[in-house]
Design a protein around this ligand. Structure first.
Ligand code: NAP
Length: 455
């Protein structure tokens, strides 16, 4: 994939970037290592001051930064504004709490004094996706920098201007030079990078093949990784649920980010008794959604990020139809305009046993399934290779408890939409990956948890 800005709403190539040469990469690694030697000695209060400044700049420049995101990957401008604001939040959150999260923890043993100490590891490589071009990076960078690590960012090739803008913001706040740098390189270069001794660990958010490739390269060097991969989250609605609330949230939960979110609700699992009504209400909501120019405030759904994603989604829908499914609305790219536009799509009557039902749909396509009771709902919810999030709707407390206990996922949200939040951990199980970002757990991923024992 070229490293370039191509407007997904028009297909226009706006800017091409030369990948960094081997010499440039080597220089950046040298600089990152030098930066670490000094940066690890800085205090929490210094780091907090710089990170709070990052938050200030994000807030001051949110209009331009949001525009850049919309231009490069097509999310609606209003959602891009919200994304920049959330990045400021995660910066302030870790600026405030990191010292407490990483304070020495005393434990009583047979020693005179024993405690756990948290120390930075060094250079952490972050391989990031385009779908939340700022949020994905900041939820890594804020805890990593507060812990005293330095970051190297390999961002997705279709969002180079976002990647460079993030580097510039972090560098201009007072953080020592080299503490956070962007590498403009293709994914194929990542494996080699992991064999450089100075890179101590890596985090990747993206697809399974990319995750596997990074994990294999890291395993060969015995380096830690955190992987945040795909998902096919269930959205389960039982008979006792507040249907109006569930339908409203179901619409946002599927269509957020033009349908391109790892934690989007992708499989709607409906108890028979309310399935007809839910389907009818959801269809009405979908009919009311406006697809179009992502810069316009009344647009609900902008273009998909690349022509490949559009093509893959169209093929997945066709495979559903071949497997006997019905398309209630949408189903084909918008042919009357340039850009990668795909309308809201609803699919019913797909056999949950078909291979296509187990895939992740990365766009505005909802798969609807029906089940007789909670046992079948949980069984179907878990019948996926993924295990990222799940949203379950019921007012019955015993049913709520069963979902909490029995759903196989990194997160269960009862009567609400699955979302990330700086204060609580985020991550998956099964093929959705391992490790956690955010919360206290996120900042503990890339530190040496050192045991100290003194007689
Ligand atoms: P992708 O192709 O895997 O790209 C993600 C990143 O990995 C990009 O920077 C990409 O670089 C890089 N990459 C690609 N191949 C690589 C390789 N062999 N070795 C190392 N790096 C490689 O992902 P995508 O399809 O664009 O993104 C969508 C996926 O991300 C979906 O499955 C979605 O569910 C998942 N996602 C997960 C989370 C989560 O938190 N769990 C959040 C958001 C998205 P290039 O762009 O240069 O190829």
């Amino acid at each position: 994939m070229p490293i370039a800005t191509i407007n997904p709403a028009t297909g226009e190539l706006l800017k091409n970037f030369e990948p960094h040469s081997d010499a440039e990469i080597a220089a950046k690694l040298d600089l990152a290592q030098q930066a670490f030697e000094h940066y690890r000695q800085t205090s929490f209060s210094e780091r907090s001051r710089w990170l709070d400044k990052v938050a200030d700049i994000l807030e001051q420049e949110k209009a331009d930064l949001a525009k850049l995101m919309t231009l490069e990957m097509g999310k609606t401008y209003k959602s891009a504004i919200a994304e920049v604001e959330k990045c400021a939040w995660v910066c302030r959150y870790y600026a405030e709490h990191a010292a407490q999260f990483l304070a020495d923890t005393y434990v009583e043993t047979d020693a005179t004094k024993s405690f756990v100490k948290y120390q930075p590891l060094g250079i952490i490589l972050a391989v990031m996706p385009w779908n939340f071009p700022f949020w994905q990076v900041f939820r890594f960078a804020a805890p990593a920098l507060m812990a005293g690590n330095v970051g190297l960012l390999k961002h997705a090739s279709n969002v180079p201007q976002c990647a460079l803008a993030i580097e510039e913001i972090i560098q201009k706040t007072g953080f020592p030079t080299g503490v956070f740098q962007t590498l403009l390189i293709p994914g194929a270069k990542v494996g080699d990078l992991m064999s450089d001794d100075r890179i101590k660990a890596a985090t990747l958010t993206g697809s399974e093949p990319a995750g596997i490739s990074l994990a294999v390269a890291s395993a060969k060097q015995i380096k830690k990784t955190v992987l945040e991969l795909g998902g096919s989250d269930p959205f389960i609605v039982l008979e006792s649920a507040d249907l109006q609330a569930a339908v409203a949230v179901a619409t946002t939960a599927r269509m957020l980010n033009n349908g391109q979110s790892c934690i989007a609700a992708k499989r709607f699992i409906l108890q028979e008794a309310i399935a007809d009504q839910f389907e009818k209400l959801l269809l009405e909501k979908y009919q009311g959604l406006k697809v179009g120019d992502p810069m316009q405030p009344d647009t609900d759904i902008g273009p998909l990020a690349t022509p490949d994603i559009l093509r893959d989604l169209e093929q997945q829908v066709q495979t559903c139809v071949k497997a006997g499914a019905k398309v209630l609305i949408g189903g084909q790219p918008l042919a009357d305009r340039p850009g990668n536009f795909f309308p809201p799509t609803m699919i019913t009557d797909l056999s949950p046993d078909s291979a296509i039902a187990k895939e992740e749909f990365f766009g505005p396509v909802a798969l609807l399934f029906r089940v007789p009771d909670i046992d079948e709902a949980i069984k179907l919810a878990n019948a996926t290779p993924f295990g990222l999030g799940a949203s379950a709707w019921t007012t019955n407390s015993q049913e709520q408890q069963r979902f909490i206990d029995e759903i196989e996922a990194g997160a269960v949200f009862i009567n609400g939409m699955v979302k990330s939040d700086p204060r609580i951990p985020f991550g998956g199980i099964k093929r959705s990956g391992y490790g956690r970002e955010l919360g206290i757990q996120g900042i503990h991923e890339f530190v040496n948890i050192k045991t100290v024992w003194v007689k």
